[in-house]
Design a protein around this ligand. Structure first.
Ligand code: SF4
Length: 904
């Protein structure tokens, strides 16, 4: 057929006007290539021809729907009066009315339609016959013109242009069919890429190959990825292009307004609005803020999250002043500020959208929103313009607007760029009309997908059913018949829903195997990928370097030959680095892959040159490398999402410390007075926190406050001693003064003797009549420290460090230093430092070992038993750091660390 069309065109003079009509302008253009220059040749699609002949344009689908909706409101049909006001009815009516008018069928809904409503009106209008008479020849190719109106125009064209050729769509070839199956759609696309590469190796040109899709929306992303990986030049026709993300972004915002300003929908909008370059952490922050409903709540929750972060920073500065989380939260605060500036105006605009309003108001509101939130709103403007006929309809709820706009916005088409020559064509089945290929691939031939089940029209019944079935069959026949060779494939599993898929009856028919089982087996045998190993057994069959490497691994596992995997080092610099590190890790000695080894630390980081906080020093006993990553690289630990039903641990700790400090600063008092002061301070701090943090569920917050107050009362009763008075609270050394601190706090670090210094904040210092001191550190977590200890295997340095700091700073003897676990979580227990003098000697020994290892630059990944289990740096060291460390020989540092860990 295509050859006949070309022969016909070759016989025509290049300078005489000629008309080519085909399913699309692109196909008409392809028919005339390659050819020398022509003059006055018109290449048109059927719709373009009708518009050219009548010089009119029919309404678009959306405008037709809008017109019907308006007509139904004005004259509701008696039979469908109940349902005709719903948008779904007019959407359905638009489809069936168009079909009924095209094929001159009787329709149950009679409406007086405006002029130029659809193509049928244009086909009945006056044609520009003068223009047609001037044509020297006519070629109509690949069009199914079976409606009486279309036939009338076609006959007139034949009469007016005697030199004509009309070629009905028909299969061009009886192709040789191959079948294929793959574990899922993504791997099916990889197999398709392999088939295309094989055909190219056999000499088929790229433009002689096509992948024709029945469901482009299921396959386009996977095919884009597969073509990119295999470096196959591909041309995605308009039917297979990814829709414009701006349409979906606007739709997400409309859904957000419909669902009561849902944060989830807003986050969806942020992820789609890529052009706005919105930071990825905004979505995280929305989740952390638990924003809901009114703009007031959005503002409160975002501000509340900011306050919560400030509280957490304050608590960290008290307990772990070197914590990398402080920088992380400070960065989050900046992001929050920007998010508030961006999101709140949008939320305020959508705030009153729960109220119904006229279509006219909706259109101007949505247009203003599009201008505010999209980079290129013109494309949306055009769509909204088509809905202008509706503007007078009053009382329209937002849900109705979303129902109407959703199909249009989610499928906003993007015209393809460039031409398809030198590229594989990827498009819908309709792209087969009027084209011819050497190889055609038909993916997705699974049951109920390809072909899909045909549903009768809800208003016309099954009058058109036979016609629809015939159209579907013709589309498949044309797709099969446009290639000399065809490869039909299906995925064995639905990737999205995870359910198994079976081949469709058409696939089984094409396979030609005698039985169902044989057909499935033959298709599976042609594919070579499995979910467990997505690479072919033969490396020569790989489509890209990753597949090639995986294929080689299969071989290498069988024949371990030295040097055969050397190519992997050239595959990617990251892979090469990872492999070299892995190799070093497996060596028996300590290498630079085992932490910071044999690389002296800068002098400024040594413990006798800079002050450390107790929590940082304690990390050395857990793992020297963890200490280094935390204190020098300041790698931030992971932020874990918290439960909605509980107060954040850092906020809880901050609350307890704030109440305690204000209680101490009130001055000495007897137990009853202190208890009543505690209740008053707790209520005051709770009020301040509630105002700042805006808790999502005030009841939960109040319950936590009551519980903590009750626990603090219990702790106060249990620890109260008449001869001792609390004198200092939150006595800080070299900490920022943006928190409530004891007035005796100092900007310098505390001196520990032997050149060592410390920074931190001491929760409570008591004094008795003889001037002796007690140091207490308050804890709100669980107690894992023995009741009596000196350094507790290096994991509880606070009591000894605080005792030394207080003795130096206040020049008075410390007779007791302890940790008070003052809540039910810690079982109201206490852990006391015994033998302060001995603990001090052990501490200097431990700090000396740390000093030596930093001077030697030897801070290996040498975790304590189960140390990696709770470490945030497992991603850095890998999952086997613990067992690897046990295989390495002991070094001076590991022996010193072992001594730390043995300290009582
Ligand atoms: S993961 Fe294990 S080896 Fe690595 S830093 Fe943490 S504790 Fe040390």
């Amino acid at each position: 057929m295509m050859q006949r069309a070309r022969d016909f065109l070759n016989r025509q003079a290049a300078h005489r006007p000629l008309l080519i009509v085909s399913p699309s302008r692109a196909i008409s253009e392809e028919l005339t290539r390659p050819r020398e220059a022509t003059f006055g040749w018109y290449r048109l699609s059927w719709q373009q021809l009708v518009e050219r002949l009548t010089r009119k344009r029919p309404l678009s689908r959306l405008a037709r729907w809008a017109t019907l909706q308006k007509l139904l409101r004005l004259q509701p049909p008696d039979r469908f009066a109940e349902v005709s006001r719903y948008p779904g009815f007019s959407l359905c009516l638009e489809r069936s009315l168009h079909q009924a008018r095209l094929y001159e069928l009787e329709h149950p809904v009679g409406l007086e339609l405006p002029p130029d409503y659809d193509e049928v009106d244009l086909l009945q209008a006056e044609w520009d016959e003068e223009w047609l008479r001037g044509m020297g020849a006519l070629l109509v190719v690949g069009l199914s013109l079976d409606s009486p109106h279309q036939q009338r125009l076609l006959n007139r064209l034949r009469e007016l242009i005697p030199n004509h050729l009309v070629l009905q769509p028909e299969p061009l070839h009886r192709p040789k069919v191959e079948t294929l199956s793959a574990p899922d759609e993504a791997l099916e696309c990889q197999e398709i890429a392999r088939q295309l590469l094989r055909a190219a190796e056999r000499g088929t040109r790229w433009e002689e190959m096509a992948v024709l899709l029945r469901q482009p929306e299921v396959y386009r992303a996977s095919l884009q990825s597969a073509m990119r990986r295999a470096r196959i030049p591909a041309f995605f026709a308009e039917s297979a292009q990814s829709p414009n993300p701006q349409g979906r972004a606007l739709l997400s915002l409309l859904e957000c307004a419909r669902e009561n300003l849902s944060a989830l929908r807003f986050a969806e909008y942020l992820s789609l609005a890529r052009q706005l370059k919105t930071p990825y952490r905004w979505e995280e922050l929305l989740g952390a803020a638990w924003v809901i409903r009114t703009p007031e709540r959005w503002r409160q929750r975002l501000q509340g999250l900011g306050q919560e972060r400030r509280q957490q920073i304050a608590q960290l500065q008290r307990d772990e002043p070197e914590s990398p989380k402080i920088l992380y939260y400070q960065d989050e605060l900046e992001q929050l500020r920007q998010l508030e500036g961006f999101a709140l105006p949008l939320i305020e605009r959508m705030a009153g959208w729960q109220r119904s309003r006229s279509w006219g108001e909706w259109l101007s509101e949505i247009l203003a929103l599009a201008h505010q939130c999209l980079v290129d709103p013109e494309v949306i403007e055009e769509k909204l313009e088509e809905l202008q006929p509706l503007r007078d309809i009053p009382d329209v709820p937002l849900s109705e607007v979303v129902t109407v706009l959703a199909p249009e916005l989610s499928q906003l088409t993007v015209p393809p760029k460039g031409h398809r020559y030198g590229k594989v064509l990827i498009g819908s089945l309709q792209e087969a009309r009027g084209r011819e290929f050497e190889l055609v691939i038909l993916p997705g031939m699974a049951e109920r997908r390809f072909p899909p089940p045909i549903q009768p029209d809800p208003l016309l019944g099954d009058v058109l059913l036979q016609r629809q079935l015939a159209e579907e069959r013709l589309a498949i026949d044309l797709a099969l018949g446009c290639g000399r060779r065809v490869c039909a494939s299906y995925p064995r599993q639905d990737q999205q829903n995870g359910r198994p898929l079976l081949p469709s009856a058409t696939f089984l028919e094409l396979s030609g195997a005698p039985t169902y089982q044989q057909s499935i087996q033959a298709a599976a045998a042609n594919g070579c990928l499995t979910p467990a190993w997505p690479a072919p057994p033969d490396p020569a069959q790989a489509v890209d370097r990753e597949e090639h490497a995986l294929s080689w691994f299969l071989r290498l596992r069988a024949e371990a030959r030295a040097g055969s995997a050397h190519f992997l080092l050239r595959l990617s610099p990251f892979l090469a680095q990872a492999m070299r590190s892995r190799m070093r890790m497996e060596r028996t000695g300590w290498t630079r892959a085992d932490g910071r080894v044999s690389q002296p630390c800068p002098e400024s980081s040594w413990p006798n040159r800079r002050p450390f906080s107790p929590s940082t020093l304690q990390k050395f006993a857990v793992c020297p490398y963890q200490f280094w990553l935390y204190s020098a690289y300041r790698l931030g630990p992971r932020d874990r999402p918290r439960e909605l039903e509980e107060m954040d641990p850092l906020t809880r700790g901050n609350f307890v410390h704030a109440v305690h400090a204000r209680l101490v600063w009130r001055g000495p008092a007897d137990l009853d007075t202190q208890l009543s002061s505690l209740r008053e301070e707790s209520a005051q701090v709770a009020r301040e926190y509630a105002e700042l943090l805006c808790p999502l569920v005030p009841r939960i917050f109040q319950d936590e406050v009551n519980q903590l107050t009750h626990e603090m009362e219990q702790w106060l009763r249990a620890t109260y001693e008449p001869g001792w008075q609390a004198r200092y609270a939150e006595l800080a050394f070299q900490l920022s003064d943006d928190l409530e601190r004891d007035p005796a706090s100092r900007p310098q670090p505390a001196d520990l003797g032997h050149g060592y210094r410390m920074r931190g904040s001491i929760d409570r210092i008591e004094i008795n009549g003889q001037g002796q001191l007690k140091v207490v550190d308050l804890k709100t977590g669980r107690n894992k420290i023995p009741q009596v200890y000196r350094l507790a295997r290096g994991e509880a340095l606070q009591p000894v460090l605080y005792a030394l700091a207080v003795e130096q700073a206040l020049d008075a003897p410390v007779v007791e230093s302890r940790l008070d676990f003052m809540t039910l979580r810690g079982n109201f227990s206490q852990s006391r430092l015994s033998e302060i003098g001995e603990a001090r000697a052990l501490l200097y020994e431990a700090l000396g070992a740390l000093q030596q290892s930093m001077q030697a630059g030897h801070l290996p990944a040498y975790p304590k038993v189960d140390g990696c289990r709770y470490c945030d740096y497992r991603g850095v060291c890998g999952p086997e750091a613990q067992s690897r460390a046990r295989r390495k020989p002991p070094s001076t540092v590991t022996q010193a660390v072992d001594r730390w860990r043995e300290m009582p």
